[in-house]
Design a protein around this ligand. Structure first.
Ligand code: SF4
Ligand code: SF4
Length: 388
């Protein structure tokens, strides 16, 4: 929705300024510029023979590209594990194979996409240009060639002559600088184009040309088709950001944000689930009792150790034991769970003749001794047959 809103207000700003593909491509190009010089300089060098200087520069560039790609891949993988532990395991070659595999895949894709494919990814692989065409309207601010000002194109000299004679002359001198700098090869003067990632390089290039020829900047600028038409009709241009489309997107964002904030503020920080032993389903004890065993899992989603008292509901008179736990609170077992941890307990429930059915719903309730927060999980208590 944020992407939709951005698009409705100012076109493909995501693509030009925020998309990781664009940002990483810029970073890789910056490295290239620092090591191999400006584009023209390094293209000229690349046409010549392989010299020691050329080999050293190319080697340094690809090495740094691979390092950036490797850090990128590593950072992604560290999101999915305990980072300090994984770093240590990676360094001592003890990390799981899947961690090395994903770092390898992400390193390779970053190196290829940002270093070699660059804007080809935007033009041929990304679905966003296709989608955004359906989301834009005539009021969206896009990188636009102001043809009302630029046409008819002519040289500086000719335009001066035409103006001196009181004839119309456009500001575009057809120098093609805007096309040369465009990473996707778009000629923005031909109108809106799916290939335009709205990087704004053509704006800068054209501004530099306008400054040189003594004409006002922003022949190419963030503008709308509506404004061009208004200027041609002698009307004042305007920017209309609040429209039904932008209001709707903003409302959906506000609603979704509100729901997310509410969920975050009121979320449970304790959860429990239980699994009944499959085999045996129950055990008849020598003293006549029927015992069922369960695996109870408690999730502590707080960053502090917590103690929970365990109650078993719906089975009055039953006895509850938790293997390996002796502490009690009012006759109920106390279960300790560390910060941000999930812990499993083996729970034995024994019942002496009170159950009438061979399957009774039983609820395990764990209560935080400090905050009183409760989480429950239900399963069945199984008996051999209907008993008295
Ligand atoms: S850079 Fe400006 S003046 Fe040169 S061709 Fe493009 S729009 Fe025209
Ligand atoms: S240089 Fe201009 S036309 Fe090319 S992608 Fe960037 S904003 Fe679009």
């Amino acid at each position: 929705m944020a992407l939709f809103l951005m698009n409705a207000v100012a076109g493909r700003v995501w693509c030009g300024y925020l998309c990781p593909q664009t940002v990483w491509t810029d970073l890789f190009q910056a490295v290239e510029r620092i090591i191999e010089g400006a584009r023209r300089e390094h293209l000229l060098r690349d046409q010549g023979r392989w010299t020691l200087d050329r080999i050293a520069r190319a080697g340094a560039k690809h090495f740094l590209w691979l390092m950036i790609a490797w850090w990128t891949g590593g950072a992604w993988v560290l999101y999915f594990a305990d980072a300090p532990t994984l770093v240590k395991d990676l360094a001592t070659l003890q990390a799981p194979f899947v961690a090395y595999l994903w770092i390898g895949i992400l390193t390779l894709t970053t190196y290829v996409f940002a270093g070699h494919m660059r804007e080809q990814v935007c033009t041929y692989m990304c679905p966003w240009p296709r989608i955004q065409a359906a989301l834009t309207d005539e009021h969206a601010l896009n990188v636009t060639y102001r043809y009302d000002r630029g046409e008819p194109r002519c040289s500086v000299k000719k335009s001066e002559q035409l103006r001196a004679r009181g004839k119309p002359a456009g500001d575009c001198i057809d120098c093609l600088q805007c096309v040369y700098v465009c990473p996707t090869g778009v000629d923005i003067r031909n109108g809106p184009n799916l290939g335009c990632i709205q990087c704004g390089l053509c704006i800068d290039a054209c501004d530099a040309v306008m400054t040189k020829v003594g004409r006002p900047a922003r022949l190419i600028a963030y503008d709308t088709e509506v404004n061009i038409k208004r200027r041609l009709a002698g009307q004042t241009p305007f920017v209309k950001i609040v429209r039904w489309r932008t209001a709707l997107y903003a409302a959906v964002i506000a609603l979704a944000g509100g729901i997310m904030l509410y969920s975050l503020a009121t979320r449970q920080t304790t959860a429990a689930n239980v699994i009944h032993d499959r085999n045996p389903i129950f055990v008849r004890l020598s003293d006549g009792g029927i015992r069922n065993a369960y695996t109870l899992r408690i999730l502590n989603m707080r960053r502090e150790p917590r103690s929970f008292a365990l109650d078993v509901e719906n089975l009055p008179g039953s006895f509850v034991d938790v293997v390996g736990t002796k502490a009690q609170s009012n006759g109920r077992p106390i279960l300790e769970v560390g910060p941000d941890q999930t812990r499993e307990f083996r729970v034995l429930v024994t019942e002496y003749g009170g159950v009438m059915k061979n399957s009774t719903v039983v609820t395990f309730a764990v209560r935080d001794l400090k905050s009183g927060e409760i989480a429950t999980a239900s399963d069945y208590f199984r008996s051999p047959e209907t008993r008295r």
